[in-house]
Write a protein that binds this ligand. Structure first.
Ligand SMILES: Cc1cc2nc3c(=O)[nH]c(=O)nc-3n(C[C@H](O)[C@H](O)[C@H](O)COP(=O)(O)OP(=O)(O)OC[C@H]3O[C@@H](n4cnc5c(N)ncnc54)[C@H](O)[C@@H]3O)c2cc1C
Length: 420
């Protein structure tokens, strides 16, 4: 099987890279074991919320020099300030053209509402969710929060308490649906995705519209857990049209309905551009010839290799098994690339769960062009993008989606520039 580019991993990084390449006419395949971190996404894309020393960031471009001083191998530092700013400015239009509508633009952070009702800095947010400019104020004085009776992944009382602290009063309205009684018998089935499937049916949405219209009273805005819009956004759009008040979703505990829809939209965009997406296949190894990847082998294709001019490794971090940690080492399982980590497991983590967890900084070593390194030698046609990169701490910094998207766009640019 011959392709211009083989991308290993179909999460945010793999899909963004694949779309950028396929739209420029590359014959591209994505091989992906399973679902990605997008299925657990908050619905917001972080670029840089905090510097490694803990200082808050409101405009990531202005924080670039401080980041370069504190984290010299950070993916944004490898890009250089000019490229970082240029690529970050392209992301909102890129997502929009792919069918993912987000709020926020340029390089300034805004605030999103967390599942616990607190406000948290972020960069771009799906337009399903509300955002605000101030860290300690919502744009409304009175809100109506609707929730499905028995849905345990959305804590209305925490949200009410947090909103009250910042001057917003809430009324809470529980609604029942006969169609969900079968889910209610087993609390583990009462998950956002199962509920959202029920709201794919127009008649159920119509009932919800009636309930909201009858009960929302003088609230300025209606808030619902993210249990609508799994396959398409039509359901949310219909609610928004018919409720006659501004209506937004609030994030639930995982799984994330808007995150799953985002994954599906990006996958469709890649396929519409001519890309081949092979879900449920795992790349088990590569064959190298000199400093190049010559052949790639997957579980489903046995001894029939993938052959491609370039290979992009976008297999994610520990969560997706792009990195594996054993008691004494951290390794990259597909190409055995060099990984930067500390020897001595004691310094990998902090017993204080909320402190910086050092293992999150570990990752695959690359050169300045994001090419992978094997036993000290740069592999000329193997690029690395996304969560498995070295030098950044997505949780501490709030930089996860930004690193995945920007590194993917940059790798696509590198590959396309080779062709010229
Ligand atoms: C649970 C969770 C929630 C997060 N939420 C947010 C958020 O709300 N906002 C934010 O900014 N950041 C968030 N992040 C950070 C996140 O890492 C990035 O936002 C981003 O989605 C990661 O994308 P990725 O493509 O690099 O990796 P992943 O999404 O992990 O995708 C890697 C893909 O590679 C596949 N794969 C792995 N090994 C192989 C193999 N050998 N062969 C074939 N396929 C393989 C996996 O199945 C997976 O599909 C979250 C991270 C996690 C773990």
């Amino acid at each position: 099987m011959k392709f211009d580019t083989l991308i290993i991993g179909g999460g945010l990084a793999g899909l963004v890279c694949g779309i950028a390449l396929a739209k420029k006419g590359q014959r591209c395949v994505i091989v992906s074991s399973g679902q990605s971190a997008l299925h657990f996404s908050s619905g917001s894309f972080d670029l840089l919320n905090t510097l490694p020393d803990g200082s808050q960031v409101s405009c990531p471009d202005r924080a670039w020099s401080a980041l370069a001083a504190q984290a010299p191998t950070h993916p944004y530092v490898k890009l250089g300030k000019e490229t970082f700013v240029r690529l970050a400015s392209q992301v909102q239009p890129f997502l929009q053209k792919s069918g993912v509508l987000v709020q926020g633009s340029g390089l300034c952070n805004q605030y999103r509402i967390t599942p616990m009702g607190t406000l948290k800095s972020t960069w771009l947010t799906l337009d399903d969710f509300p955002v605000c400019r101030m860290p300690d104020r919502l744009p409304w004085k009175k809100v109506a929060i609707f929730n499905m009776a028995g849905f345990l992944d959305f804590y209305t009382q925490f949200i009410v308490d947090e909103f009250r602290k910042i001057g917003t009063e809430s009324s809470v309205h529980l609604f029942h649906f006969a169609g969900l009684e079968c889910l209610r018998k087993n609390p583990s089935e009462m998950r956002s995705t199962n509920i959202a499937r029920m709201f794919e049916k127009k008649e159920n949405l119509e009932k919800l519209v009636l309930t909201i219209r009858q009960e929302s009273g003088d609230a300025e805005v209606v808030l619902l857990p993210a249990i609508v819009g799994l396959v398409a956004k039509d359901g949310l759009e219909m609610l928004r049209c018919q409720v006659e008040k501004p209506l937004y979703l609030l994030p639930t505990l995982p799984p994330s309905v808007p995150g799953i829809r985002t994954q599906q939209i990006l996958r469709k965009c890649f396929q519409d551009a001519g890309g081949v997406y092979m879900l449920g296949d795992t790349v088990k190894g590569v064959e190298k010839e000199g400093n190049r990847i010559a052949r790639v082998y997957s579980c489903n294709h046995g001894d029939i290799p993938f052959v491609a001019s370039n290979v992009v490794l976008a297999t994610g971090s520990y969560f997706s098994q792009g990195l594996i940690a054993t008691p004494d080492r951290v390794y990259e399982p597909v190409a055995d690339l060099d990984v930067v980590y500390e020897t001595g497991r004691d310094c990998w983590y902090d017993l204080n769960l909320f402190a910086r967890q050092h293992y999150q900084d570990f990752g695959v070593k690359t050169d300045a062009g994001f090419r992978g390194i094997y036993q000290g030698n740069v592999l000329e046609n193997l690029y690395v993008a996304g969560a498995l990169l070295e030098g950044f701490n997505p949780i501490r910094e709030g930089s996860g989606a930004g690193v995945s998207i920007l590194s993917a766009l940059y790798v696509a640019e590198q590959i396309l520039s080779e062709k010229l």
